[in-house]
Design a protein around this ligand. Structure first.
Ligand code: PMP
Length: 386
């Protein structure tokens, strides 16, 4: 279609307007359905068939002394993809697979907390922090670890775990640890350290790093994440946690993940027919952010969003601006509760209070379907004109 002309866009908007005023636009979760369009096109390249007799055993690789449920095929593609993208060092690292990086997050807390301590280990992260960290840390009232709140305000002496999310959920900022004490243990959650969201500056080289396919390729439903771990004993304890928790990680999912990751790496290396996944997703995110900034600009100061300066991306070999997976929107002026205000306009978002900051902020997903995103932009514009 000839959607590039602005008159054409104007013609499309009234139909959205007339039919869907009361439609609820839910952008509370970060469900990455935006990439479905790309994967539909990939066909056989990302399809696997699993006969009934396959993947029956609990065990994947008994020769792996650190993680016996890790599928070698999957491990190979993890190493290859990081090599192709240049976003993490994999040499001398132990790979632990998890049911999403969520399971690995809990495995990391378990592995890093001393068992003989009189009180639980404090778990902290600089606010605004990913809203699931406090609840995931405390929901089982563990004796091993306990949520300690905003890292910037953490004053207790002794050992602690600091969660460093970079780029950060919700605000998209590049981060490093804020507490630099010798007793501190770090968990780097690099769920969004991929070229479509942020310029790749150098291969991450930390003690314990978490990645997830959910945000990398958008396959959240596969529930596959991985940890790159330096210390062998920590890696073994993480394996132990997953053993106690789910006796391993779905082989079917690992094999499917391997196939998808192979297609991504092939697409980047061969560059022959068709577009690589990151080129596609980068262009898409770049477009969305451009449209969003235009909509916010039209609000005449009712809303504001963060601005980011460009930096060099070693993957795309050029200076690029970040395009975070979420908008960290602020209601300016006299709107106090931004989440409630937008809910009044049938837009569901997540309040800043979940991330440890004020209710003037909300987090809005940028990864929803094209249809929902277009409705959202249009709805924002109608708020502005009032
Ligand atoms: N870490 C961060 C920062 C996230 O945003 C998410 C997903 N919202 C996760 C971890 C969990 O991802 P998953 O369990 O799907 O791998």
């Amino acid at each position: 279609s000839n959607s590039s002309s602005s008159t054409c866009k104007d013609h499309q908007q009234p139909s959205i307007n007339n039919n869907n005023k009361n439609r609820v636009i839910n952008l509370d979760h970060g469900d990455p359905t935006v990439y479905e369009e790309f994967w539909r096109e990939s066909g056989e390249k990302t399809t696997i068939t699993i006969p009934g007799w396959q993947s029956m055993s609990y065990f994947s690789d008994v020769s792996n002394k650190v993680c016996w449920f890790l599928e070698p095929e999957f491990a190979k593609e993890v190493v290859r993809l990081h090599g192709v993208v240049g976003n993490a060092v994999t040499e001398d690292r132990h790979i632990i697979v998890g049911t999403g990086s969520s399971q690995l997050f809990l495995a990391a807390l378990y592995a890093l907390s001393p068992t003989d301590s009189l009180e639980p280990m404090s778990v902290v992260s600089a606010s605004p922090y990913y809203s699931s960290y406090p609840s995931m840390t405390d929901y089982q009232k563990s004796g091993l670890y306990k949520w300690g709140g905003d890292a910037e305000k953490f004053e207790k002496s002794g050992p602690y775990i600091e969660l460093v999310t970079s780029p950060n959920n919700p605000d998209g900022c590049v981060r490093r640890s804020v507490l630099n004490r010798t007793e501190g243990l770090l968990v780097h959650d690099l769920a969004y350290y991929w070229p479509h969201y942020t310029p790749i500056s150098s291969p991450a080289d930390h003690d314990l790093t978490l990645f997830t396919l959910s945000k990398a390729t958008g396959h959240a439903g596969m529930r596959i994440g991985w940890a790159l771990v330096k210390d062998k004993e920590v890696a073994k304890k993480m394996t132990k946690f997953i053993e106690l928790n789910t006796i391993g990680v779905s082989k079917d999912s690992q094999l499917r993940a391997a196939k998808v990751m192979r297609a991504v790496s092939d697409g980047c290396e061969l560059q022959g027919d068709g577009e690589s996944f990151f080129k596609f997703s980068h262009k898409l995110m770049s477009n969305r952010w451009k449209q969003l900034r235009e909509a916010v600009h039209r609000s005449n100061g009712l809303f504001s969003v963060p601005t980011f300066s460009p930096s060099f991306c070693t993957f795309f070999n050029q200076n690029l601006e970040p395009h975070p997976a979420f908008v960290w929107l602020k209601c300016e002026g006299n709107v106090e509760d931004c989440e409630r205000f937008l809910r009044g306009h049938n837009i569901l978002t997540r309040s800043g209070t979940h991330f440890g900051v004020s209710q003037q902020y909300v987090r809005i997903s940028m990864l929803d379907t094209h249809e929902n995103f277009m409705h959202f932009l249009h709805r924002l514009s109608t708020i502005n004109s009032r």
